[in-house]
Write a protein that binds this ligand. Structure first.
Ligand code: FEO
Length: 401
């Protein structure tokens, strides 16, 4: 991989693997690392499609030199300006002052604001093409997947779609870079987590982008993260399309915080109520043990939420607050939600969770169960009833609070 990997005879993966970064965007865990994919199109003119994070510039430059024989770049196509992909822009501009940077009008704004680059920019509009000789690049503007300037670049011959963040996933490339060289089933969890953590807030623009490109004959999906999909590009496009469109599946996610297992006992009672009412898909997360990044996967997939907290300094447990703040940022209004929890002397935790759920537009299911110190049998019975009512609500009409 240090030498790059050919996608076609003239298109080369020159990306890098990052096993160093602990939190992507300083927020999202990377236990399996991440790749920043960049690609060289070698023709009469040489174009680099996207770059890498700044810390990996040396590795990228080595690959560019190897595959261009030191002649440098004619074009740098910037599909996305987030610094995990634009980290080498300023250095490349200094190394290759004649190089044209290709982007749209929004890209030009970011080039100026991030790097002070205002010259040598080739501004393209939706549908514009650029000939490199034998190869032609066509640019498709796909705003808000994941920033306003995002676009995709389609290269022929080869039918390669350089798709930016769309169709990407967490997880470094373990030697194999193609979908037929890695265990794709193993990748889907990390790909879903990338989708829910990074792209899902922009699910609607993502759906629009996929629809817009429906008539493009895609032979290879070359995203900026994760495998290159050459054997079955439709597989990742269809999966992203399904995730972006929803609707949520029939099932429930119980997320709780618990300091001394009293709120956890209530969570178990709710789970029993759901199961007894016939809900097989029940996911349970302790918000103090599982990072919100992983919980978001289930909150995206399933329609039923059950949220439990002890009262901590008159509020919900901070780990619950973290999960709910991140979940509320997602466009997941079509949800039904139960709330439960405990308090010792002053309440506040359950009230705070209920307010957060209502603010997010999740439809509340009764009863809201609040136990003092430790749940009584009556409290646990009420939790079972909450589970049963949520099961009924899963089959009802969607609607806000
Ligand atoms: Fe992989 Fe939005 O950057």
């Amino acid at each position: 991989m240090d030498r790059g990997v050919n996608i076609t005879d003239h298109i080369v993966w020159v990306g890098v693997n990052d096993y160093e970064t602990h939190l992507f965007e300083a927020l999202w865990p990377l236990p399996r690392g991440i790749s920043y994919n960049a690609y060289l199109v070698r023709d009469e003119k040489v174009a680099l499609i996207d770059t890498v994070k700044e810390a990996f510039i040396g590795e990228l430059l080595g690959k560019i030199d190897r595959h261009t024989g030191g002649r440098g770049l004619d074009y740098l196509v910037v599909n996305h300006m987030e610094p995990d992909h634009s980290g080498a822009v300023a250095v490349l501009r200094r190394l290759y002052p004649e190089m044209q940077i290709v982007g749209n009008a929004k890209t030009a704004e970011f080039l100026k604001e991030f790097f002070g680059v205002t010259e040598g920019i080739h501004v393209v509009a939706d549908g514009d093409t650029l000939s490199l000789g034998t190869h032609t690049l066509q640019f498709h503007l796909t705003p808000m997947v994941h920033w306003p300037e995002t676009m995709m670049t389609y290269a022929t011959p080869g039918k390669v779609l350089f798709s930016g963040d769309a169709f990407g996933g967490f997880g470094a490339l373990p030697g194999g870079i193609f979908d037929d060289e890695v265990d794709t089933e193993d990748y889907y969890d990390e790909t879903l987590r990338y989708f829910t953590n990074i792209v899902a807030k922009f699910a609607r623009p993502t759906s629009k982008a996929i629809a817009k490109l429906a008539d493009v004959d895609v032979g290879v999906v070359a995203a900026t993260h994760g495998p290159v999909w050459r054997s079955d590009p439709k597989a990742i496009i269809e999966r992203y399309d399904r995730w972006a469109r929803g609707p949520a599946e029939r099932g429930a996610v119980i997320v709780f915080g618990s300091m001394y297992a009293n709120t956890e006992r209530m969570a178990r009672a709710v789970g029993r109520g759901l199961a007894a009412a016939g809900v097989e898909q029940v996911r349970v997360h302790n918000a103090s043990r599982t990072h919100p990044s992983y919980i978001l996967n289930d909150l995206w997939l399933y329609r039923g939420y059950v949220l439990g907290t002890p009262t901590y300094n008159t509020q919900m447990l901070p780990t619950m607050e973290d999960v709910l703040r991140r979940a509320a940022a997602l466009p997941v209004a079509d949800r039904v939600c139960g709330v439960f929890g405990t308090y010792g002397w002053s309440g506040g935790g359950v009230k705070a969770v209920r307010a957060a759920a209502e603010d997010a537009g999740w439809r509340l299911v009764e009863p809201v169960v609040e136990a003092r110190c430790a749940p009584s049998d009556a409290d646990l019975d009420a939790c079972g009833k909450l589970g049963a009512n949520l099961a009924t609500a899963l089959d009802g009409d969607s609607g806000g609070c």
